[in-house]
Design a binder for this molecule. Structure first.
Ligand code: PLP
Length: 446
């Protein structure tokens, strides 16, 4: 802790980070959902250093390119769950969102339907902090106080395909539906059974472009390379960032189906030039880092690892729903979880106190928009550490006066379809707590 109160982080290794005083924390958030391969990967640092020594960056405008940018674009095109994908590289998720909003509108302008400018988004949606993403946000607090936002944005319930159908039936000016396969920052909401299939089909039927915002879910976090693979979405556009470099340097990528790319594709004789691009689009060092990061993801089988660990996370967090202060636990789909509090517990200030209590116990994370606790560790986290997060949560809740009810609550989200809960009366646990969390205990920070 610094003199002005910040927790100053100094280093990291695997699923852990260390502060300036040498205290170690299990990073239960993977930074901001990005550090998929874990901290301290020398191989990634070496890739960055090597590229920087050779040529750190160069403009990718016009006919200019660098080898890492071309290699990465080829690799992403081959990985993308859409035929003949094209790649537009950005500096992060909000850039990717902005790019996609402009791209889908421009696409329709080129396709002879310039009236198609409306974008449909979902309640709880988070699409970054640029002006376009702020307009798309389904988190009201993030929209407030910025003057008039984009008027051509329509919001629908997050879990009801009929709500989308009503909008698409009523309007013929819709350009695209933006959809996080699993809503992340808005609270970790996995799609209800059938929801994604239904909305995908509705978009096809109404010829509305389907944009999957996979800034969190991309590159493995839901146990498949993309959420679009897991739910067979075949989107028209996929937005990515975060896990593309595991956050070692900023980078984003928009994966574009051939249908949407074609009007702008100069190689094939298109006269249209889309006047869009960023200074650091296709940044050579960022692309070299992404290549090294994806090498690790593939070589170490980390996506399959997430596929297995998601059940551990669901089983570990599920029993927390037995606490009276907890209204719902959402976990079991990917390495993504949220522990939601009752309105009373929120108004009594429970969320920040839980964060502080977790920190005292050596677990670092944060609250989401509603006050829910975010749980999204790196893909190299161990089963024991996942159990450790749950135990630290239990101990914190108990220390703050929350009480376990003996009857199992019915509102526990068993999202993977499996029964995730151990008996709350016995508190049976699958694995022991990793007592390294308790090493070097210091006085509470708060
Ligand atoms: C789904 C989604 N879209 C877009 C963004 C914005 O990404 P960035 O913060 O890199 O601009 C985020 C960031 O958390 C996100 O979760």
């Amino acid at each position: 802790m610094s003199r002005t109160g910040e927790l100053v982080l100094a280093s990291g290794e695997g699923a852990y980070v260390v502060d300036e005083s040498g205290r170690r924390y299990l990073d239960a958030a993977a930074g901001l959902w990005y550090c998929n391969v874990g901290h301290g990967r020398r191989e990634i640092a070496d890739a960055a250093a090597e590229q920087m020594r050779r040529l750190a960056a160069y403009s990718a405008f016009g006919d200019l390119a660098t080898r890492p940018a071309l290699d990465l674009a080829e690799r992403l095109s081959a990985m993308a769950p859409m035929a003949d994908a094209r790649v537009f590289l950005t500096s992060g998720g909000s850039d990717s969102v902005d790019t996609a909003v402009k791209l889908v509108r421009r696409y329709w302008a080129e396709a002879g339907q310039p009236e198609r400018t409306a974008i449909v988004t979902r309640l709880h949606a988070y699409h970054g902090m640029h002006l376009a993403g702020t307009s798309l946000a389904g988190i009201q607090a993030n929209r407030d106080g910025h003057g008039d936002l984009d008027a051509a944005v329509v919001q629908v319930e997050w879990d009801d395909s009929a709500a989308l159908e009503d909008v698409l039936d009523a309007r013929d000016d819709v350009a695209a539906f933006f959809c996080e396969p699993v809503i992340g920052a808005g609270g970790v909401y996995a799609p209800p059974p059938g929801y994604l299939r239904e909305v995908r089909e509705l978009c096809r039927r109404h010829d509305v472009l389907f944009v999957a915002d996979e800034v969190i879910t991309g590159y493995g976090r839901v146990g498949s390379m993309f959420g679009s693979d897991r739910w067979h979405l075949e989107p028209d556009v996929i937005l990515t960032a975060k896990g593309i470099t595991s956050g070692y340097v900023p980078l984003g990528a928009v994966l574009v189906s051939w249908r949407v790319a074609e009007p702008f594709w100069v190689d094939r004789g298109s006269p249209v030039i889309w006047r869009h691009g960023y200074t650091y689009s296709a940044h050579a060092t960022a692309c070299a880092v992404a290549m090294a990061n994806l090498d690790i993801v593939e070589r170490e089988g980390l996506v399959a690892r997430v596929d297995g660990l998601q059940h551990d996370l669901g089983r570990a967090l599920g029993p927390l729903a037995a606490y009276d202060a907890v209204s719902e636990v959402r976990a079991g789909v990917g390495l993504l979880g949220a522990v939601e509090f009752t309105p009373d517990a929120v108004s009594e200030g429970m969320p920040p106190r839980v964060i502080a209590g977790l920190r005292e116990r050596g677990v670092l994370t944060r609250t989401l928009a509603s006050g829910a606790i975010q749980v999204s560790p790196s893909f190299v986290v161990s089963e024991r550490d996942i159990a450790g997060i749950a135990i630290a949560l239990e101990e914190t809740l108990t220390s703050l006066g929350a009480v376990r009810t003996t009857t199992q609550r019915s509102d526990v989200a068993s999202l993977s379809g499996a029964s995730l809960l151990s008996d709350p009366a016995t508190g049976e646990r699958a694995v022991a707590f990793d007592d390294r969390h308790y090493a070097d205990q210091r006085p509470p920070h708060h």
